[in-house]
Write a protein that binds this ligand. Structure first.
Ligand code: C2E
Ligand code: MG
Ligand code: MG
Ligand code: MG
Length: 288
């Protein structure tokens, strides 16, 4: 018997519960277990965000991974939709925030301070306790607020803009920085920039990927959009990070247009803590 959203029951004969349904239910159960056990299987990687002018790592984006017992290493795209659907996205977010702040605080204690940038889902940001949670994690880990940036998306704020803006104002008052992620892809308007207390715009990687000679059609638009976002950020006094920088050509185009904060496979894939320390320890790891 499967309960259906309060409005009734649906009956399955055992044979009718097909393989797909069973797999989905197992997947959901595995995820619930991983969250509840604060399982090591749910872990974070760090992707360096570099300043190509200063040749140094300025932030590290925290990207969650799930080492599933049978399906292998899963990316957020494989399980975040599930987490959203079954109402576990808040718990996943809390776990990621806690783990990543603890790692950053531990690294600072051994003289390897790193700044981290954590993705925040709409449900987290709009939760009435979110400010307390962030403040609590900073306090318990000892990570200074200035080492934490939160990444939100346009779609995360659009469902309740006044509430999102208020939450962000309070987070900023804690000393946390705010980045608007995937900028230019959401169904929002530029007036968002006036409503939200932002520090950073992140140009979505789709606009960077277009900066290639082999797509002459799209190139014109992607060049133009990337340049417009850089100019917009400059004019508003915001930092601009380009994500999805994969080639030397991407890096050079962005640098030529004064976008010095860059993130992408050209510099580094998302790294484990050990790999990150190695990356930061090598003087020649930032290829510019
Ligand atoms: P995002 O926040 O825009 O993160 C950037 C994504 O682009 C990451 O994918 C990263 O691995 C990938 N990426 C980095 N450099 C390159 C590049 O040069 N080329 C290409 N093609 N891709 C690049 P990932 O790790 O699969 O994460 C996907 C999305 O999942 C993230 O997009 C973010 O929206 C979400 N996400 C990741 N971790 C969390 C989390 O802890 N909480 C929440 N709520 N969402 C998360
Ligand atoms: Mg992000
Ligand atoms: Mg992004
Ligand atoms: Mg993106």
């Amino acid at each position: 018997v499967k309960r259906q959203g309060g409005n009734g029951f649906q009956f399955y004969a055992s044979g009718q519960m097909n393989a797909w349904t069973r797999e989905q239910l197992e997947f959901e159960r595995d995820f619930r277990l991983a969250i509840e056990n604060q399982d090591k299987a749910l872990h974070v990687l760090f992707q360096p965000i570099v300043d190509v002018q200063q040749k140094r790592v300025v932030h590290n984006e925290v990207l969650v991974r799930w080492a599933h017992p049978t399906r292998g290493l899963l990316s957020p795209g494989d399980f975040i939709p599930l987490a959203e659907r079954v109402g576990l996205i808040g718990q996943l977010g809390d776990l990621v925030l806690w783990i990543s702040c603890r790692i950053a605080a531990d690294l600072a204690k051994v003289g390897q301070a790193v700044d981290i940038s954590v993705n925040v889902a709409s449900r987290q940001l709009l939760h009435p306790d979110f400010l307390q949670k962030v403040a609590g994690v900073l306090e318990r880990t000892g990570l200074p607020a200035g080492r934490l940036m939160l990444e939100i998306t346009e779609s995360a704020v659009i469902s309740d803009l006044p509430r999102a803006a208020e939450a962000l104002v309070r987070l900023k008052a804690l000393g946390v920085a705010i980045a608007l992620d995937d900028f230019g892809t959401g169904y929002s308007s530029l007036s968002l920039l006036r409503e939200l207390p932002l520090d950073i715009l992140k140009i979505d990687k789709s606009f960077i990927q277009g900066i290639e000679q082999d797509h002459p059609g799209d190139e014109k638009f992607d060049f133009a959009i990337a340049r417009a976002i850089i100019a917009l950020g400059d004019n508003l006094g915001l930092g601009v990070i380009a994500e999805g920088v994969e080639t030397e050509k991407h890096m050079e185009f962005l640098r030529k247009h004064h976008c010095y904060l860059q993130q992408g496979y050209y510099f580094s894939r998302p790294l484990s803590t050990t790999q990150l320390m190695q990356f930061m320890g090598r003087p020649d790891s930032i290829r510019v």
